[in-house]
Write a protein that binds this ligand. Structure first.
Ligand code: ASP
Ligand code: MG
Length: 404
C-alpha cells in the first residue's frame, strides 16, 4: 500500500467521458489498497475562457478578482470528479485549495505556496476517501483566494506530495512522457525513460510545456520522484529524479526551442561602473525577466548592451529603458521580436568538450546565423532568427542523434 498523489491536466478532465475515465483509474488505484490524493486542473480551455471573460469586462481586473474568477475553473473539476467517484460507489471528497490547507503568500496571480496544513487531507484519507484537491490555488493569511500562475496545478501536486511524504507523484497528461524534442515537429523524437531534475528544469523553462518549471524546482528541493505519463494509456512514461549514474549520463538529452524571445539593444551606453546595474535593476523593478545578456567590446567610451526578454514584455521593456535615457545618455534602442532561442540540454555535456562547437557547426552548415550565445553546465542556447527555429530544431535533433 502506498500514498500516491496524481495530477490530471485540463485535457485529461476535458469532458464528461474523460472525467468518468479518470474516476475509473482512481478507483482501481483504490482497489489496490492505496491512499490516493488527486489534483485536477480546470476542464479543457476553461481558464483561457475565464480570462477572456475578464478581459472583455475590464482589461485590467483587480488582482483579487482575477484570482477569484480563475480559481473557479478547478472547483468545477473537483466537484464533478467527486460525483463520478460516488457514482462508481467509492468514497471521495472535493477540497478547494483553502480547504486542503494550501497557504500562500499574497502575490495574486503568481502566488508561492508557503505552507501546507495537511490535517484535513490526512483525516479524509483515514476515513477512506479519495481526496480531490483543486489545483493552482491557495489562500493567503487574510483568507484571500490566490492562484499560482498559469500551469500551476503541477506545483500543487508536487507540493502536496512533499508535504504528505507521498511515495511518488504522477503527472498525468496528454502526451506519453518527456521527449527529446517536440514530437509534433520531429516525428522520430523519442520518449525518455528518465531525466534528471536539472535537465527537466532547463527543458521546462525553455518551453517544453509538459511540466511547470516551479513544480520541477519543488520536486528537486524535496526529493519528490515525478512520474510523467499519459492519462489516456497505461504506458510507463518518464521518471524525473536525481540521476546519479555518471557513467550512463547522456551528453544531450533534448532540444528545446522558445519562440517567444525578443531582442533589445541599447546602443552606445557610456562605459562606466554601475550602468548595467541601473539598467537591469530598472527592468527587475518592472517585473521583466531578462534572459540572455551580452555586452560587446568597448569602442571609445561606450558599449552596446544586448539582452532578450519574452516578447510579451517587449513594450514594457522599451518603456522602462526609455525612462533611463536622460540619465544614462545612451544613443538609442533597437528591438527585434523575430528571434527564437534554441537550446540543447544534457547533464553530460560538461564532461564532453566540444559539444557547443558541434552545435554551432551544425547550425552554420544549415545556414542558421547565431545572434547570441549563452551557456550553463548543462545547456547551450543560441538566439537565432525565428523563422529558422523549426529547421534548427530538426538539425540539432539529428546532429546529436536523438531520433529513434
Ligand atoms: N487551469 C490553470 C491553467 O490553465 C492551471 C493548470 O492547468 O495547471 O493555467
Ligand atoms: Mg493547464
Amino acid at each position: 500500500m502506498a500514498l500516491i498523489v496524481q495530477k490530471y491536466g485540463g485535457t485529461s478532465v476535458g469532458s464528461v467521458a474523460r472525467i468518468k475515465r479518470v474516476a475509473k483509474r482512481l478507483a482501481s488505484l483504490k482497489d489496490e489498497g492505496n491512499d490516493v490524493v488527486v489534483v485536477v486542473s480546470a476542464m479543457g480551455k476553461t481558464t483561457d475562457k475565464l480570462l477572456k471573460l475578464a478581459h472583455d469586462i475590464n482589461p485590467q481586473p483587480a488582482d483579487r478578482d482575477y484570482d477569484m474568477l480563475l480559481s473557479t475553473g478547478e472547483q468545477v473539476s473537483i466537484a464533478l470528479l467527486s460525483m463520478a467517484l460516488h457514482a462508481l460507489g467509492y468514497k471521495a471528497i472535493s477540497l478547494t485549495g483553502a480547504q486542503a490547507g494550501i497557504e500562500t503568500d499574497s502575490t495574486h496571480s503568481k502566488a508561492t505556496i508557503t505552507n501546507i496544513n495537511t490535517r484535513c487531507i490526512r483525516n479524509n484519507l483515514k476515513a477512506g476517501n479519495v481526496v480531490i484537491v483543486a489545483g493552482f490555488q491557495g489562500v493567503d493569511k487574510e483568507q484571500q483566494i490566490t492562484t499560482l500562475g498559469r500551469g500551476g496545478s503541477d506545483t500543487t501536486a508536487v507540493a502536496l506530495a512533499a508535504a504528505l511524504k507521498a511515495d511518488w507523484c504522477a503527472i498525468l497528461t496528454d502526451v506519453d512522457g518527456v521527449y527529446t524534442c517536440d514530437p509534433r515537429l520531429v516525428p522520430d523524437a523519442q520518449k525518455l525513460d528518465d531525466i534528471s531534475y536539472d535537465e527537466m528544469l532547463e527543458l521546462a523553462s525553455l518551453g517544453a510545456k509538459v511540466l511547470h518549471p516551479r513544480a520541477v524546482q519543488v520536486a528537486k528541493e524535496y526529493g519528490v520522484t515525478l512520474h510523467v505519463r499519459s492519462s489516456f494509456n497505461m504506458k510507463p512514461g518518464t521518471l524525473v529524479k536525481e540521476v546519479k549514474d555518471l557513467e550512463n549520463i547522456r551528453i544531450v538529452s533534448g532540444v528545446a526551442c522558445d519562440k517567444t524571445a525578443a531582442k533589445v539593444t541599447l546602443m552606445a551606453v557610456p562605459d562606466k561602473p554601475g550602468v548595467a546595474a541601473t539598467i537591469f535593476t530598472a527592468l527587475g523593478d518592472a517585473a521583466i525577466n531578462v534572459d540572455m545578456i551580452i555586452q560587446n567590446i568597448n569602442r571609445g567610451q561606450t558599449n552596446d548592451i544586448t539582452f532578450t526578454v519574452d516578447d510579451t514584455d517587449l513594450e514594457k521593456t522599451v518603456v522602462a529603458v526609455k525612462k533611463l535615457k536622460k540619465d544614462l545618455k545612451y544613443k538609442g534602442v533597437v528591438t527585434d521580436n523575430n528571434t527564437a532561442k534554441i537550446s540543447i540540454v544534457g547533464a553530460g555535456m560538461f564532461s564532453h568538450p566540444g559539444t557547443a562547437a558541434r552545435m554551432f557547426t551544425a547550425l552554420g552548415k544549415a545556414g542558421v546565423n547565431i545572434q547570441m550565445i549563452s551557456t550553463s553546465e548543462i545547456k547551450v542556447s543560441c538566439l537565432i532568427e525565428r523563422k529558422l527555429a523549426d529547421k534548427a530544431t530538426k538539425v540539432l535533433h539529428k546532429e546529436f542523434e536523438l531520433g529513434a
